[in-house]
Design a protein around this ligand. Structure first.
Ligand SMILES: C[S@@+](CC[C@H](N)C(=O)[O-])C[C@H]1O[C@@H](n2cnc3c(N)ncnc32)[C@H](O)[C@@H]1O
Length: 225
């Protein structure tokens, strides 16, 4: 397995803090508030896993998957000395080889989908959607789609393009415009039930969204005459 995060991986969380203070962590953990004890939650492309640790501290059953051994070593480092109701399960794998269909109450993709070109990203999303339980949730935390006045949109774009530029050079991530995740999620048959902006320098530069699989309404029974 090629580890694209060998160089930048060890610095990943540090760079998050330099670039956004605590706002990246806030974005990545925002929807954890909705977890119930023993819920099953998957973090795809987990990185350093502080969001996964937050979920485990809430009593959830946490599985994390990442292709990068460097990133998973950092999760292990962050786990040292911590005990949870359910120990975190670490899986070193390509997300496409992880096929625990309909097993998870929550499937989380924090700053994960943006590493792919758009057509491939949609395939990753579709795969992640198969892992969600019928009434479960799909959570995405990422850079905010440009919205608002001209200055807000300019800030959102600059903020994204600096980040993607660095990660294209050091981790060979795809270089592309900001994705409109709610549009893609809804197209997959999910309903976005919550969407929270996270500000950087007073501008909504990040967001976290939670979407639920649409349930098919049962046909109403006709009352007996
Ligand atoms: C930009 S980092 C995001 C890390 C973390 N989720 C966060 O919020 O900071 C993308 C992560 O996805 C992982 N990744 C990339 N492609 C993957 C794949 N096909 N399967 C599993 N993990 C993958 C990388 O190794 C990296 O840890």
């Amino acid at each position: 397995m090629v580890d694209k995060y060998k160089i930048i991986g060890p610095l990943y969380d540090f760079l998050n803090v330099v670039y956004g203070g605590n706002q990246f962590h806030k974005c990545k953990t925002f929807m954890n508030k909705d977890l119930k004890e023993d819920d099953k939650i998957l973090f795809a492309g987990v990185g350093h896993g502080r969001d996964a640790i937050d979920a485990a501290e809430r009593g959830a059953q946490v599985t994390v998957v990442d292709l990068s051994a460097t990133m998973l070593k950092n999760v292990e480092k962050n786990l040292k000395g911590k005990n949870f109701k359910h120990p975190i399960r670490l899986v070193h794998s390509d997300i496409f080889e992880f096929t625990e269909t309909a097993e998870y109450d929550f499937v989380v993709a924090n700053f994960f989908l943006n590493v792919f070109p758009e057509d491939f990203m949609v395939k990753v999303m579709q795969h992640l959607a198969t892992l969600v339980k019928p009434e479960g949730f799909f959570v995405v935390g990422d850079f905010h789609y440009p919205k608002g006045n001209v200055f807000t949109k300019a800030f959102q774009n600059i903020y994204w393009y600096i980040a993607v530029g660095i990660f294209t050079v050091f981790a060979k991530n795809a270089f592309h415009k900001i994705y409109n995740y709610p549009k893609h999620i809804e197209a997959m048959g999910f309903t976005v039930t919550e969407c929270e902006d996270v500000n950087v320098l007073l501008v909504p530069a990040l967001w976290s969204m939670k979407a639920q699989r649409k349930t098919i309404a049962k046909p109403q029974q006709q009352e007996a005459a």
